[in-house]
Design a protein around this ligand. Structure first.
Ligand SMILES: [Zn+2]
Length: 500
């Protein structure tokens, strides 16, 4: 139990939900509460999401607050005025997480991202050179980023610590100071400035809350931010502390260290976590990822939950994101099972899937049906060349196909939109041709499954919804043939005209 009741108050045991069942001890979600419609989520919406995490026995949430935090010190940083969450709401979410055995980290972007970029506009002297965000070697920039975090802690003292996303995805600052080369391998002052800031941050943090933890993203290679920066990673190694965690991003399983050589994650810290956009992966890929991260020294993972950015499903704009629909339900389950045992074979995984979602004795073909549908939807929603935006907004394809079929053409139909529509129609028609027989077979098995009652009936509903939504969102079925043919014909004409 994580909750102890006393006469007049709750005492929350501030420990991870620990279980011997798991090889990966830290399991959570890097949770982007921005993008799309996600900043409109209410407390209850978040509780629904957190319930799903608790069901998966996740024990950590990195809750992104940049731009959503109502800073009084730097009001320019409040980037999403439609944010529904008040300070009391955030506190309620933190308490809710604690009751569920989930640690809550306050997440923000350091030297970059939404809130901080806005503040940089008000303090132009802090701006990084030839890229966005702030310069980590700039003293005022350091002070602002520190104060922003400390104000957050003051507002939400019950949080367990901080998740710090360093600015590196923007690429390195190219000012003379940041670009000073420090060794023969290419280490730069840029990295050392970030490390100095982190040390200052932990000093201030631990003065206020001695047991607070931090988790910091590392491993970015964007524009060479830390590609050849062994001094940066050696400094990380030297920061070993039970309260400090590192999260390797960008498929890094080795990083550069002493002598410019590559070392596995375990060389740098005992507290290594790994990050992936796991919603884009099949269960096999999730298994391969966790096995590799485990082998190189990671002891946990916090993959991305960021439906407003992308979800590889039809539901990115649903509020809240339906965590019990396909494909995400399979993603969640695969993550949980491979965190228990990174060596799990795929057949064993399928057996566990069958056991978890169906009544005893169910035909294994039903587990295959779930996996087939999950992968079909991920495929449809994952090809950028056939999408107008990363995050699928329900009904977008139907809406734009209707526009594309019109004569004369809608003025919003630029050549890029024509190309995307042409690609999308080709791809979704092709998927229909390949899958329609299989989908019909799956549908024909549903009545028998539903009759089984219990978990069988619940899972039958999930499978049915996936089929119905696939038909609707991808415009499968003969009733759509004419409009899609007309839309594609117009697309091809307009693309050819443009080329001519
Ligand atoms: Zn700089």
């Amino acid at each position: 139990m994580h909750l102890k009741l006393s006469a007049d108050s709750f005492f929350i045991e501030r420990t991870f939900r620990m279980s011997n069942d798991y090889t990966f001890t830290v399991r959570g979600n890097y949770t982007l509460a921005c993008w799309g419609e996600v900043f409109k989520y209410s407390v209850d919406d978040w509780k629904t999401i957190i319930d799903g995490m608790a069901e998966d026995e996740k024990n950590t949430i990195y809750f992104w607050l940049s731009g959503l935090f109502r800073s009084e010190k730097y009001p320019d940083s409040f980037f999403y005025p439609q944010t529904r969450l008040t300070d009391d709401d955030v506190r309620e979410i933190i308490t809710y997480c604690h009751c569920k055995g989930i640690k809550f980290y306050l997440g923000y972007g350091v030297f970059a991202w939404f809130g901080i970029d806005k503040v940089a506009e008000a303090y132009p002297e802090t701006k990084a050179v030839e890229c966005g965000g702030m310069c980590p070697s700039n003293e005022l920039a350091g002070k602002i980023n520190l104060e922003y975090g400390m104000e957050m802690l003051e507002r939400y003292p019950e949080a367990d610590g901080f998740f710090l996303e360093m600015r590196d995805e923007y690429g390195p600052c190219l000012c003379d100071k940041c670009q000073e080369q420090l060794d023969e391998y290419g280490s730069k002052r840029y990295g050392q400035s970030e490390i100095s800031w982190l040390k200052e941050f932990t000093t201030e943090l631990w003065k206020r809350k001695s047991d607070a933890e931090i988790s910091v993203t590392i491993g970015y290679r964007e524009k060479g931010s830390h590609t050849n920066d062994p001094m940066y990673y050696e400094a990380i190694k030297a920061m070993e502390d039970p309260r400090v965690w590192w999260m390797a991003v960008r498929d890094n399983y080795e990083l550069p260290g002493a002598g410019g050589k590559s070392y596995p994650l375990s060389y740098f810290s005992r507290h290594m976590l790994h990050w992936q956009q796991y919603y884009s992966s099949t269960p096999q890929q999730i298994g391969e990822w966790i096995a590799k991260a485990h082998k190189t020294g990671a002891i946990g993972a916090c993959p991305a939950f960021e439906p407003g950015f992308n979800s590889y499903s039809f539901y990115s704009y649903d509020v809240p994101f339906p965590v019990n629909t396909l494909p995400y339900r399979v993603t969640r389950f695969a993550f949980q099972q491979y965190c228990k045992n990174p060596q799990l074979s795929f057949d064993e995984f399928k057996g566990r899937l069958l056991g978890a979602f169906f009544e005893p004795g169910a035909d294994p073909i039903y587990a295959d049906d779930m996996l087939y549908l999950a992968e079909l939807i991920q495929t449809a929603c994952g090809d950028r060349s056939a999408l107008l935006s990363r995050a699928w907004k329900a009904g977008w394809f139907r809406e734009w196909a209707a526009k594309a079929a019109q004569e004369p053409a809608d003025e919003k139909m630029t050549v890029d939109v024509w190309r995307t529509m042409d690609n999308a129609i080709t791809m979704f028609r092709d998927l229909e041709e390949k899958s329609s027989r299989h989908l019909a077979e799956i549908s024909s098995r549903l009545p028998r499954l539903r009759n089984g009652g219990g978990k069988n009936a619940t899972t039958a509903d999930m499978i049915e919804r996936a089929i119905v939504d696939t038909y609707r969102e991808l415009m499968f079925g003969p009733e759509n043939t004419e409009i899609l043919q007309q839309a594609q014909c117009n697309a091809k004409c307009n693309i050819t005209e443009e080329a001519g």
